[in-house]
Design a protein around this ligand. Structure first.
Ligand SMILES: Nc1nc2c(c(=O)[nH]1)N[C@H]1C(S)=C(S)[C@@H](COP(=O)(O)O)O[C@H]1N2
Ligand SMILES: [Mo]
Length: 210
């Protein structure tokens, strides 16, 4: 069965594959729409919505990439059933964003926004997970354009669509709202260990009405 990887959190690794997944050799490119061109002078990372101070927060590319860097070893599980195992993601933990631009007390969910209006919603607890990371690097190298350069979110414990490539910001929300794939038939939560692939599998309370 898989390979036990020592997580930097000290937590025992889940070495098995989630149900219904198979290992993919190499790293395929999967997304909807074109690959955006990175324009550093126009790029800004924004935090908005229900912030604690009621203000919007923004960072230039230079400012954002100067935030403290960490690595997380994590697998990528695509809902189309392939998994890419054991990548080392480098970047800025989501928790850092929650610390430097805190949400209001009544925030329960976030919408993560990417180029071209792509979005994905997460429970605040999933976003705040210590392994959720805004990645700039994979295995020590800058991400390539097709894999999300300059920035992608990785949420290790959820299906990969929950991690937008070309991410540009986070909206703090006081109620849940569906993102791009969550509106188009995919599960609102997307836990691969529970095989939460499609919205028809949702139980009451898993997500807003469709
Ligand atoms: N902006 C954006 N991010 C996205 C997607 C997308 O369509 N648009 N697809 C997601 C899906 S379904 C998967 S499986 C992963 C794939 O990442 P990869 O192409 O680096 O393997 O990106 C995710 N992030
Ligand atoms: Mo996917």
């Amino acid at each position: 069965m898989g390979h036990p990887v020592e997580r930097e959190t000290g937590e025992a690794a889940r070495s098995e594959l989630p149900p219904g997944q198979r290992v993919q050799r190499g790293w395929p490119v999967t997304h909807y729409g074109p690959v955006p061109k990175f324009r550093p002078e126009r790029w800004e990372f924004r935090v908005f919505g229900a912030t604690a101070d009621g203000e919007k927060h923004g960072w230039t590319h230079e400012e954002f990439t100067a935030l403290p860097y960490t690595t997380v070893v994590a697998d990528l599980h695509c809902v189309t059933k392939f998994s890419m195992l054991g990548a080392e993601w480098g970047g800025i933990p989501a928790r850092t964003i929650l610390e430097i631009a805190p949400p209001a007390r009544n925030v329960t969910h976030v919408m993560v926004w990417a180029e071209y209006g792509f979005s994905s919603n997460l429970r605040l607890s999933d976003f705040a997970d210590e392994r959720t990371i805004f990645a700039t690097h994979k295995d020590g190298e800058l991400l390539t354009a097709e894999h999300g350069f300059p920035l992608r979110l990785v949420v290790p414990h959820l299906y990969a669509w929950k991690g937008p490539k070309w991410v540009r910001g986070v909206e703090y929300m006081t109620t849940d709202r569906r993102g791009f794939w969550e509106e188009r038939g995919y599960h609102n939560i997307g836990d691969p260990w529970k095989e939460q692939r499609y919205s028809y599998q949702e139980e009451p309370g898993d997500g807003p009405e469709l």
